[in-house]
Design a protein around this ligand. Structure first.
Ligand code: NAP
Length: 475
């Protein structure tokens, strides 16, 4: 990203902030949209919060995210707080209100109240709302169970009111906290008129008699590395669950989610909530809509950052050395080696040309994608060599990035041609002028390979040792 005199700063205030994933979201969007704004985390102590917010404004900072422990206290330093954030009692996004925007108001209404500064929003709740809408989860008229009564649970309760759930159970180990949320929300007469809120001690979950429950797991139980922990493990409870959403996204498939699916329900984690809270904040700061293709790309980046796999994926045209280099790397790094074409053939019980001939290309493409999904979910410590056409589809390119770090083995057209010209098993090159065919295909594919890759590795040298060392150093 080019930083120049017009670059705007956006950032995060909290403590600690070192492990935040938000730079991936915001810098990723800016880079892809060509916006000159840079997102930086700022560690802010409790007693420095008001100064930090005032200073940020004077430094012309466009907007800020706020995280623990400041989500509540920051409200004292804002000129206005959005209604939802006020009711939830937490602000995670500050949006700049310019002096010039309010000059007219100031002239018209002589007031002591400061009218420029930051306005606070809660995009956590909006992010979760966008996720459930996208996943087609309908709360209206349904019974919802919220496990937990912390900060996140309160945002979920508010969302349930907005969405018109008929009944909301709040189950918490500490009953007083569930009661406090229920009381706070019951004061919202207009919003809460269609929804009955019932606080319960966690241990009394069997008092819930309704079926087809939509359950939000909002406790911190089950978070990695404690992946075997779960807040409730009684099968009788899960038999009543239609949909389960775990606010935890690491691991990707929590114990709670496993129990929901084991009893016939549908389960989601809430990585999309994290994604969308960021996207919505970005949209508020920049006053624009982030295109859905960019949001999808950022989601891939986030998944990679959270579920980072140790695999190495090799892509490139035929003759680029994926198999030779892959096998050598596997030997050197004591990793497994997997060739996706061979794996597909083994699964299908026939050769790839036979799949094309008997089942058609569309079937083969679907097979490729389902194999990549399977590998994404289970593969570790493996060098993956891919078919030359595998990364050309965007969906597959995204999946490859989730499987591991992707290396594009490049070579000049002439070098590729010299490597493959004697072979008999290259149907694509069975034509009058195979060199021209290589050039035409490479012209089309090179940008797609480049887009699908994290790293480009030049193999023109034909030196296996050198290429392997470069990959090992870059990984
Ligand atoms: P919080 O305010 O600290 O609340 C924690 C909740 O977990 C409380 O209800 C607490 O019950 C319950 N709990 C903790 N240990 C328990 C135990 N051993 N047995 C029973 N209950 C227990 O945390 P929060 O901010 O609400 O966050 C909750 C979870 O949501 C976290 O895992 C967080 O990572 C996740 N989250 C995800 C996103 C996202 O973008 N996906 C956003 C926000 C939060 P007591 O009240 O009895 O202590």
């Amino acid at each position: 990203m080019k930083i120049n005199g017009k670059t705007r700063l956006i950032g995060l205030i909290g403590n600690p902030v070192e492990h935040t994933l938000s730079p991936i979201i915001h810098n990723g969007i800016s880079e892809r949209m060509g916006n000159s704004s840079v997102y930086v985390p700022f560690k802010v102590e409790k007693d420095g919060l008001a100064d930090a917010v005032a200073g940020a404004y004077e430094l012309n900072i466009l907007g800020m995210n706020v995280t623990v422990p400041h989500k509540n206290d920051v409200m004292n330093s804002l000129i206005e707080v959005d209604e939802a954030a006020k009711q939830i009692g937490a602000v995670n996004t500050l949006v700049r209100v310019e002096r010039t925007d309010v000059e007219t108001q100031e002239n018209n209404h002589l007031s002591d109240k400061k009218t420029y500064g930051y306005k606070g929003y809660n995009t956590d709740m909006l992010g979760l709302q966008r996720q459930i809408h996208e996943d087609g989860i309908l709360l209206k008229g349904n019974t919802v169970v919220i496990l937990g009564a912390g900060g996140a649970a309160k945002a979920v309760v508010y969302m349930c009111l907005l969405e018109g759930a008929s009944k909301v159970y709040i189950l918490n180990r500490t009953l007083e906290k569930a009661i406090a949320i229920a009381e706070d929300m019951s004061h919202l007469q207009d919003l809460a008129k269609d929804t009955c809120i019932v606080p319960l001690p966690l241990a009394e979950y069997s008092a819930i008699s309704e079926k087809d429950l939509i359950v939000f797991q909002s406790t911190s139980i089950g978070l990695s590395p404690n992946v075997e922990d779960v807040v409730l493990d009684d099968a009788a409870f899960y038999e009543k669950v239609k949909v389960g959403i775990d606010l935890i996204y690491n691991p990707a498939n929590t114990k709670f989610m496993q129990l929901v699916t084991a009893h016939g329900g549908v389960a989601y984690n809430a990585l999309k909530m994290l994604l969308y809270q960021g996207v919505i904040a970005y949209e508020l700061w920049h006053d624009l809509k982030v295109p859905s293709e960019i949001v999808e790309d950022i989601y891939v980046d986030l998944k990679r950052a959270v579920y980072q796999k140790d695999n190495i994926v090799l892509i490139g045209f035929m003759g680029s050395g994926k198999t030779t280099i892959g096998q050598e790397l596997a030997k050197r790094l004591h990793m497994q080696f997997l060739d996706t074409d061979a794996y597909i053939e083994e699964k299908a019980g026939k050769s790839i040309p036979a799949i094309f001939e008997e089942d058609g290309e569309e079937y083969f493409r679907k097979l490729e994608t389902s194999v990549l999904e399977e590998l994404r979910d289970g593969l570790h410590n493996t060098i993956v060599s891919t078919g030359g056409g595998m990364p050309l589809r965007k969906q597959n390119a995204n999946l490859l990035k989730e499987i591991g770090k992707v290396f594009y083995l490049t070579a000049a057209n002439q070098v590729i041609f010299d490597r493959v010209k004697g072979g008999t098993n290259r149907p694509l090159l069975k034509c009058e002028n195979p060199y021209e065919k290589v050039c035409a295909l490479m012209k089309e594919r090179r940008p797609l390979y480049e887009n699908a890759a994290d790293y480009l590795v030049d193999t023109n040298c034909n030196d296996i040792d050198e290429v392997c060392s470069e990959i090992i150093n870059k990984r």
